[in-house]
Structure formats: structure tokens, C-alpha cells
Design a protein around this ligand. Structure first.
Ligand SMILES: [Zn+2]
Ligand SMILES: [Zn+2]
Length: 328
């Protein structure tokens, strides 16, 4: 080969070089493209799974609330630390659900329950969790605070207080909607030295915790013939109350607590006579107030909210409660 031949080879190499570079660059771009496509797919899967876990937490919380509530009302034994019991229960449910989750797809889920506590809204419970989802080199971690209703169709809980307080005084029975005290409430109040308790022989109170829709509460007493008060009692509603205990403290057998809670009426059996003017106040947090062995039960005045067949349907309410419900 002469020198011209070499020159030609070098020349053709130079001519081919841009084409080679172009191929290299295009190859690189396409491999970046495919890795970003797979990253996007992974991040879609991670976010979708995160959303699923976020939606699951309230459902599992409702489940553990109902389970602990059932245990307490069946045994009459209060929980010593309801927040810890519920936190541990929820952690266990999440672990068993997500331990093996997504193994086949390479997804990993971890969920740590930081706290289960009372909410500022008394008919809700606050759940704090840390949720972590990973797939390949994509991960998402978030601290969640969720308010879980205790009065939704998915979460029906019974008031545990009557079952705990009356356990050793004859116990209570219940229909699907009401707690029936027989003589146990009278026995419990007598034992504590409370007077005029016979009005509570065969008293009843609501079983399932339901939030009263008649708001403002003063409408109860201001309505024509106390019709709203009667509807409220017949439906077994509960009312927001800074004196009544929250649901988590009720599971611990406390009728009062520092949290914003709720109260309901303990309703005396209809009476054929109208002669008793005073008996323990019918708000449940007053009836069951035996905190630290000190009786916080005080009397209320006779309020007849309905008459039928010679029977008086009545409550006993102090001035504070009469005012709250618009009766005076
Ligand atoms: Zn009401
Ligand atoms: Zn409380």
C-alpha cells in the first residue's frame, strides 16, 4: 500500500467517526430512556401501594377498636392502658397484613404505629403512623396522622362504662340498642352511699355510641313538647361534653377524664307517679362518677319529657345540664 492508500484509510475513518459517535450517543440516550421508564414504573407502584396502606390504616383501626371494645363489654374488665393495647393491636394487624406483601413484585412495605390517642373531636380517635414503601431504588416514606371515626358504619362500638361499673352489682343485659340495668345500677349507687337511687331501678341507657345530630343542643328542650329531647332519648344519642370521658378512657373504666369527651342520658324507667322531685343527675358521667373512690354523683331535678298511658317519662337534671339542653 502506498502513502496515498494510508491517507485514504485515515480519511475514511474520519468520515465514519461521526456516524460511530452518533450511534454511541443514541445508544446511551435509549438506555437512559429505558432506565427512566422503569424508575417511573417503580415509583407508580410505590405510590399506589402507599395510597393503599394509607386507606387500610383507618379500616384496621376500626377493627381493633371494635375488638377491644367487645372484649371489655363481654368481660366487664377495663383495660389498664387502652392507648397501648390499641397501638399494639394495630401494629400486629399491620405486620401480619404487610409482612409478605408484594414479595413477588419486589415491593417492600413497613408500617410503624407511633401512637393511638384521643382526638380533639370526641367521636374520633387519632392514629399516628410512619409508612415506608420501597421498590428497587425507589422509596417513599411519610408520617401520617389520621382521625378515625368511632361512629361510622364500619365502626360500631358499644359504651363500655355500664358493663365495667355494674359488673359486681348484678351486671347489665342488653338488647341490640339499649343497656338494661335491672337492679344493678341501684345496687352500685347504694353501695357508694348515693341517695334517692330507686328512680334508677330498671333504668336503661344507649348501647351503641352515636353522635346526636340535634345541634345546637338547646333545641332539645326548646322544641314543642320536648319532641327533640324525646327523639334523642329514643334514638340513644351521645353529646359532646368536656366533663364526660372520651372513648379511650371509657375503655379504662373512667367516667370522667381530662380529654374532650361525650355524655349520654341514663333514663329512669317510666313511672306511674309524678311525686319525686330529686334523684341523681341522669347524665352518665354524673351517675358513674366514682373516680378514685370519691363520689362525684350529684342530684338533678325532675324533668318530664313525655306522658303516655298514665306513665311519666322523666330525667333528672341539674341546672347546668338543663341549661345545656335548653330546658331552662
Ligand atoms: Zn341529643
Ligand atoms: Zn379521655
Amino acid at each position: 500500500m502506498d502513502s496515498r492508500g494510508y491517507a485514504m484509510t485515515a480519511m475514511s475513518f474520519l468520515m465514519v467517526l461521526p456516524a460511530l459517535l452518533l450511534v454511541a450517543v443514541l445508544f446511551d440516550i435509549s438506555s437512559i430512556g429505558s432506565s427512566s421508564v422503569s424508575t417511573n414504573l417503580a415509583s407508580d407502584a410505590v405510590l399506589q401501594t402507599f395510597n393503599d396502606v394509607e386507606g387500610d390504616i383507618p379500616i384496621l383501626t376500626s377493627h381493633v377498636l371494635m375488638e377491644e371494645d367487645k372484649r371489655v363489654i363481654e368481660s366487664g374488665e377495663s383495660l389498664s392502658n387502652s392507648r397501648k393495647s390499641l397501638k399494639d393491636d394495630l401494629q400486629e394487624e399491620l405486620n401480619s397484613k404487610y409482612e409478605l406483601y408484594g414479595n413477588s413484585t419486589g415491593l417492600k412495605v413497613k408500617c410503624q404505629v407511633r401512637a393511638v390517642d384521643s382526638s380533639a373531636e370526641p367521636f374520633e380517635v387519632e392514629v399516628n403512623t410512619t409508612v415506608w414503601v420501597e421498590k428497587g431504588n425507589v422509596s417513599h416514606m411519610e408520617n401520617l396522622t389520621q382521625e378515625v371515626s368511632i361512629t361510622s358504619p364500619q365502626c360500631r362500638v358499644a359504651d363500655p362504662i355500664p358493663f365495667i361499673k355494674c359488673k359486681y352489682y348484678g351486671g347489665v343485659t342488653n338488647t341490640t340498642e339499649r343497656i338494661i340495668y335491672g337492679s344493678s345500677l341501684e345496687n352500685y349507687l347504694n353501695y357508694r352511699g348515693v341517695t334517692n337511687v330507686w328512680a334508677y331501678e330498671n333504668a336503661t341507657s344507649p348501647l351503641i355510641i352515636k353522635k346526636c345530630p340535634y345541634d345546637p343542643y338547646k333545641s332539645h328542650g326548646k322544641s314543642q313538647g320536648f319532641i327533640i329531647l324525646k327523639n334523642c332519648i329514643d334514638n340513644g344519642y351521645f353529646h359532646e361534653s368536656s366533663d364526660g370521658s372520651c372513648f379511650l378512657c371509657r375503655l379504662e373504666g373512667k367516667s370522667t377524664c381530662p380529654h374532650y369527651g361525650f355524655e349520654t342520658f341514663v333514663v329512669p324507667a317510666p313511672s306511674p307517679n309524678n311525686t319525686v322531685n330529686s334523684a341523681p343527675c341522669s347524665s352518665d358521667h354524673v351517675i358513674f362518677n366514682d373516680t378514685n373512690g370519691v363520689s362525684g354523683t350529684y342530684p338533678g331535678n325532675h324533668v318530664v319529657y313525655y306522658k303516655n298511658g298514665g306513665y311519666y317519662f322523666e330525667l333528672f337534671l341539674d341546672n347546668g345540664h338543663q341549661n345545656k339542653y335548653g330546658i331552662i
